[in-house]
Ligand binder design. Structure first.
Ligand SMILES: Cc1cc2nc3c(=O)[nH]c(=O)nc-3n(C[C@H](O)[C@H](O)[C@H](O)COP(=O)(O)O)c2cc1C
Length: 160
């Protein structure tokens, strides 16, 4: 139906779209941040580019801009608790990493047990309404143990 479209209607429609879940991490001079995203998309192979769309209102938006680089952990089916953890608001940076098993990557922590990891430098930023589309140039990737991934659909996590 064509008419005045609201964000809430789009959200309602996109609930039906299964979105793979990943955690974006990075560091600026103040903090090491982590953020759950369902917007990771492969954009280009030559050069290798991926995109993530991050809300301008998010507390992690400015740190991500300042960092000019980010790491991505593609979550496995067993990591819904980490998706919830890194989607939580107002968690102080120190508390954020308590009890989270990770190792240092070049640009941000890489979560243990993920299906795969990407390390990116920020290649471009595009204004996308209330979000910014961050395009990352993929500098390296690594694979974890093979297994099922995690997708978010109808406000629920599913193995995929
Ligand atoms: C499955 C899932 C996917 C999400 N995907 C995104 C995303 O692609 N971009 C984004 O900005 N926030 C996304 N969020 C919300 C963020 O993880 C986070 O909750 C939000 O940025 C609020 O953070 P703040 O309290 O620091 O502002 C997602 C949350 C969940 C649970």
């Amino acid at each position: 139906m064509i008419g005045a479209m609201t964000g809430e209607e789009l959200r309602e429609t996109m609930r039906r779209f299964p979105a793979p879940v990943a955690v974006v991490t990075g560091a600026d001079e103040h903090e090491v941040f982590g953020l759950t995203v369902g917007s990771l998309v492969s954009l280009s192979l030559e050069p290798p580019l991926v995109g993530i769309s991050v809300g301008k209102d998010s507390a992690r938006h400015e740190p991500l801009r300042n960092a000019r680089a980010f790491a991505v952990s593609i979550l496995s089916e067993a990591q819904a608790h980490l998706a919830q953890h890194f989607a939580r608001s107002g968690v102080p940076p120190i508390v954020l990493w308590r009890d989270v098993a990770s190792r240092d990557g070049t640009y941000g922590p890489l979560l243990d047990g993920a299906l795969a990891w990407l390390e990116c430098t920020t290649w471009a930023e595009y204004d996308a309404g209330d979000h910014t589309l961050f395009v990352g140039k993929v500098v390296s990737t690594e694979h974890g143990a093979p297994g099922r991934g995690l997708v978010y659909r109808d406000s629920t996590y599913h193995p995929a």
